[in-house]
Design a protein around this ligand. Structure first.
Ligand SMILES: NC(=O)C1=CN([C@@H]2O[C@H](COP(=O)(O)OP(=O)(O)OC[C@H]3O[C@@H](n4cnc5c(N)ncnc54)[C@H](O)[C@@H]3O)[C@@H](O)[C@H]2O)C=CC1
Ligand SMILES: O=C(O)CCC(=O)C(=O)O
Length: 527
């Protein structure tokens, strides 16, 4: 039974798939303090959050069973992604479910700001009928500057065009061509700051976007500009915004997000030019149901061993590419496991050569599986495709991926080579149509081995009688041979035997094998 902990309010309808799933139990922790979370997190396999729970390194370090963190929403700035990756925990989010709601909220904020609706409502509630104080600004023919033209930014652009606004946008991925197709003006951040009557932000909170709107930026804006932030607190320097409003450089601001959340005191709210909502951009029934369904389904998929749809700390793959490369994951991992048993030295370099069909496909996920196979022998089962490359890099192991056209007669071939201070070892494998994975080369020896079960790899001198001696020796230890492959460099030279046997071979049995004169070494590999 997998235990899922939900620590922020999620839509009941949205978590229906989790409630229905076999082998999954759900526990709610909406009212738990951070200390309670840290005390109990070790019991859970999955954690589902919105933006409130702070998934810190400290929490992650205590989450010994945790395999997946689901963020019901877009921004993952409340999750320590580096720590999650380091501990092999996959993070998934729900990037599409709240786009519409966040864009609609932004439009509501732009209109409320331009027509001073919240201020007028408050005044009326306080029994004042004041029509002079609340004169607004039309949106028609005004310029809306959008910083961050991703999913939400683009939806805001479409809607603002409905208000007959002119749009200027900056996004590092926006090209002039794309802007032209969307019928908007392409500009730099400075262009947006200088030309816009309203500026709305739709970037994630990142190192590069922290305090993107700061005192320097407010010096560049059109006097009287109005600012909207429905993305993340911290993208605007709140002190600088306060000063800019007080000096009338900025006429007003509509804020859904703040540097510190939740808060009960923020000096910006003392300014009559500022209107605000408590992080409500995604708070609609539709968005909440949709994001909760998306993360619940990804958690179910992941716990069932299937591939997730919206990974944050792993590149996501289209269905087509995944179905093409997934069969190689198993082969790559087995090659890695086989190979690491051929050396007792520390690996310094891993070279992967992809040829045939493999040279035409996306190889990074296959590499991760090979590295996972290589590292698991010494680092244990916590190595997975999320942290394999990170763990290799931490250990100073360099990884080189190569695509080659030479197929050596195979339609697809993966050759993995490791280098240590003293030696270079390599194993190649292929996926045979209809027959599954095969190991076809061990160093320079050709073999044909199904990478499955208990293997015994023996390096020996090519002499009459060695194979017979091995058969009798294994028989005295009650070890049954299922398959055997032999290859040699030259007649009477070095040779290899790769056997599949019916059970795990113990250390003392390997020592007995190595006592045979013609045998150089014997290695047991369980795949
Ligand atoms: N208030 C709320 O309840 C909600 C807030 N959000 C926030 O909105 C943000 C945006 O969401 P989406 O549009 O779905 O994400 P997205 O990933 O589709 O778009 C973000 C865009 O920002 C751009 N960007 C990154 N750095 C930039 C920079 N320095 N300058 C300009 N553009 C930059 C990216 O290239 C990308 O196109 C989220 O990261 C989240 O923090 C999202 C949903 C609800
Ligand atoms: O969970 C929420 O309501 C916040 C949504 C949000 O900010 C996001 O999806 O990035």
């Amino acid at each position: 039974m997998f235990k899922v902990l939900i620590s922020d309010p999620l839509s009941k309808e949205g978590i229906y798939p989790l409630n229905q799933a076999n082998h999954i139990s759900i526990e709610m922790a909406i009212d738990w303090s951070q200390e309670q979370l840290e005390d109990r997190i070790a019991e859970y396999d999955a954690l589902l959050v919105r933006s409130q729970t702070q998934v810190t390194r400290n929490l992650i370090m205590k989450a010994h069973k945790l395999k997946i963190i689901g963020r019901a929403g877009v921004g993952v700035d409340n999750i320590d992604l580096d720590a999650a990756t380091e501990y092999g925990i996959i993070v998934v989010n729900a990037p599409n479910g709240n786009t519409n709601s966040a864009a609609e909220h932004t439009m509501a904020m732009i209109m409320a700001l331009s027509r001073k609706i919240p201020q007028a409502y408050l005044s009326l509630k306080n029994k004042h009928w004041d029509r002079k104080k609340y004169v607004g600004t039309e949106l028609k023919n005004k310029t809306l500057g959008i910083i961050g033209l991703g999913r939400i930014g683009a939806e805001v652009a479409y809607r603002a065009k409905g208000q007959r606004m002119t749009i200027i946008a900056y996004d590092p991925f926006l090209t002039e061509d794309k802007a032209e197709k969307m019928d908007i003006r392409y500009g730099t951040v400075e262009d947006v700051l200088k030309d816009a009557d309203f500026i709305t932000i739709h970037t994630p909170l990142l190192k590069e976007t922290r305090h993107l709107l700061n005192a320097e930026a407010f010096k560049l804006v059109k006097p009287g500009v109005q600012i909207i932030n429905c993305a993340r607190g911290g993208i605007i320097d709140e002190d600088a915004l306060y000063q800019a409003i007080q000096s009338n450089q900025v006429a007003g601001a509509a804020l859904d997000v703040f540097e510190e959340e939740p808060f009960y005191n923020n000096k910006l709210l003392e300014l009559p030019e500022v209107i605000a909502t408590p992080h409500l951009g995604a708070s609609t029934f539709e968005a909440q149901e949709s994001v909760a369904i998306d993360v619940s389904e990804d958690v179910i998929r992941f716990l069932a061993g299937d591939v997730v749809r919206h990974p944050v700390n792993l590149p996501s793959l289209s269905k087509e590419i995944l179905s093409e490369i997934e069969p190689y994951f198993h082969l790559a991992e087995k090659i890695g496991t086989f190979l690491i048993h051929l050396t007792n030295e520390a690996v310094e370099e891993i070279n992967l050569y992809y040829s045939g069909d493999l040279s035409k496909t996306k190889i990074a996920p296959i590499t991760r599986n090979a590295v996972k196979g290589l590292l698991t022998r010494h680092l244990g089962e916590h190595v997975n495709d999320v942290n394999a490359l990170y763990l290799a890099e931490k250990r100073g192991i360099t990884i080189h991926e190569n695509k080659t056209s030479s197929t050596k007669g195979f339609t697809n071939l993966l050759n993995v080579e490791i280098k240590t201070k003293l030696e270079k070892r390599s194993v190649s494998g292929t996926l045979l149509n209809g027959l599954g994975p095969r190991i076809v080369k061990v160093d320079h020896y050709s073999v044909d081995v199904t990478p499955k079960g208990h293997l015994l790899v023996i390096h020996h001198k090519d002499q009459p009688g060695v194979i017979g001696k091995m058969g009798s020796l294994l028989a005295t230890h009650q070890i049954n041979i299922a398959t055997m492959q032999v290859d040699r460099a030259d007649i009477g030279g070095d040779a290899i035997m790769v056997m599949t046997v019916d059970r795990h071979i113990e250390k003392h049995e390997l020592s007995a094998i190595e006592e045979v004169d013609e045998i150089h070494d014997a290695t047991a590999i369980d795949l």
